[in-house]
Design a protein around this ligand. Structure first.
Ligand code: PLP
Length: 449
């Protein structure tokens, strides 16, 4: 009986938490502290989400130990039957949930997914046109400080100076002049709907490939709360944690997946080029435990609960934005179409900065991030903007009433703080304690599950 017990996968995996506690009390305690932090403070970071415990279980499973290279049925090591099934399941479910023709579940992150597409398509010195970082783009879209900026010739488009919205005609003019080989759309600080069809028209006009990076809005796209780029773009990339799955990346292709291109004199379909650039081009062994967790997550996204939640995320963001506008905040573009709210926080009061807002709110239990705004004159460590997001509060069951409460508490802190310099402030202890208590009560009413 005892030996049977030892041989059971169930017993092995159920013992994981006890094993940690026994073996490393220090890390065990730190993980507990992180749990307490999540339960007792309000998570409003637009780039964060919560995965389910089933996803966590797969991440912490024995599958993590399997080493291989390559893709299912074309591996470089033995013993891959089970992990081949896992990866094929993840691929099939990714294709189903995104309505895609091709899915690659191996990228270790959203950044790696982008790197794979860039390296697959471009030679060193080739041209990329993308949204500038501070305008709402992403560092992996060719920013100077990233690998893309080092190896490729990158030109940026900008949002309109008055409306802070993407200006299609301006992007088209830039594309016509610059003649990029790749156009990238999507970003990490843009609160409005992206018209992927318009980007594709521009790409076709100048003979460029189009990559849509949907990291922030992938969940909304799955549910139909934002238009899908899958057939409009040649490649769609995303992180898998932002829509609520495990950490990791994903590359998707729609109708262009098997378009033939010539690589060193030989014709190859685009999807195969992506496959070869993933391994051996950019990455080594896949993280098969993450891939198992991705499979679980993609199945979750098919549920009614997941899909309806995406619409509630958008409704909550709209409600929060409306409240903040009513309280006199300069919400960039006067609202939001997605899960994110970008605020020109410097316009609230003389001397207010993103850094002060982030830090004094955190002392009160409200977790947000400072963000540079389009045309920001402050550096990234100070910033003029604040970015808020509603995925986690919605996941925890909060709705319109709670958005009203949150806006009120947010405002009380930012009106009450005494500004000393760009990064220094003084916060009244009673204001801090009172807000912390109210935030904790709210969080305990809607705990993470
Ligand atoms: C978060 C994000 C990424 C990077 O994903 P990681 O998995 O953190 O590397 C890439 N692109 C955009 C638009 C993002 O928001």
């Amino acid at each position: 009986m005892d030996s049977l017990k030892r041989l059971s996968s169930q017993a092995y995996h159920e013992g994981i938490w006890d094993a940690l506690k026994e073996q490393d009390e220090h890390v065990y305690q730190l993980i507990n502290k992180e749990y307490e932090r999540l339960q007792n403070t309000l998570q409003l970071i637009a780039a964060e989400n919560l995965c389910t415990r089933a996803v966590l279980a797969a991440l912490g499973s024995i599958v993590q130990n399997k080493t291989t290279e390559g893709f299912p049925h074309a591996r470089f090591h033995g013993g891959c039957d089970v992990v081949d099934d896992i990866e094929e399941l993840a691929v099939a479910r990714a294709k189903e949930t995104f309505k895609a023709q091709y899915a690659n579940v191996q990228p270790h992150s959203g950044t790696a997914a982008n790197q794979i597409v860039l390296v697959a398509l471009l030679e060193s010195g080739d041209r990329i046109l993308s949204l500038e970082l501070n305008q709402g783009g992403h560092v992996s879209h060719g920013a100077n400080v990233s690998f893309g900026g080092k190896f490729f010739d990158v030109e940026n488009y900008f949002v309109d100076r008055q409306t802070y919205r993407l200006d299609v005609e301006n992007i088209r003019q830039k594309a016509l002049e610059f003649k990029p080989k790749l156009i990238i759309c999507g970003g990490s600080a843009y609160a409005r709907t992206i018209d992927f069809q318009q980007f594709r028209r521009i790409a076709d006009e100048v003979g460029a490939y189009l990559m849509a990076d949907i990291s922030h809005i992938a969940g909304l796209i799955i549910a139909g709360a934002h238009p899908s780029p899958i057939d409009a773009a040649h490649f769609s990339t995303t992180s898998t944690y932002k829509p609520g799955g495990p950490r990791g990346g994903l590359i998707l292709m729609g109708k262009d997946f098997d378009r033939q291109i010539e690589v060193s004199g030989k014709k190859t379909p685009l999807w195969r080029l992506i496959q070869k650039t993933t391994f051996p081009g950019v990455q080594g062994t896949p993280y098969l435990n993450n891939i198992a967790a991705k499979a679980i997550f993609f199945k979750e996204t098919l549920s009614e609960e997941y899909r309806s939640r995406q619409f509630r995320i958008v409704e909550n963001a709209a409600r929060l934005a409306e409240n903040l506008l009513g309280l006199g905040y300069d919400v960039v573009t006067d609202g939001t179409d997605n899960h994110m709210i970008l605020i020109n926080i410097a316009n609230l009061r003389e001397g207010m900065t993103g850094a002060i807002a982030q830090e004094c709110l955190e002392e009160c239990g409200i977790i947000i991030n400072k963000n540079r705004l389009p045309y920001d004159t402050r550096n990234a460590a100070v910033a003029s903007g604040a970015r808020l997001g509603t995925p986690i509060v919605t996941r925890n069951g909060m709705g319109p009433d709670q958005m009203d409460t949150i806006a009120g508490l947010f405002d009380t802190v930012l009106r009450g703080v005494k500004i000393v310099s760009e990064r220094e402030y003084e916060l009244d202890n009673s204001l801090k304690d009172d807000t912390r208590r109210k935030i904790m009560e709210l969080c305990h009413e809607f705990p993470m599950s």
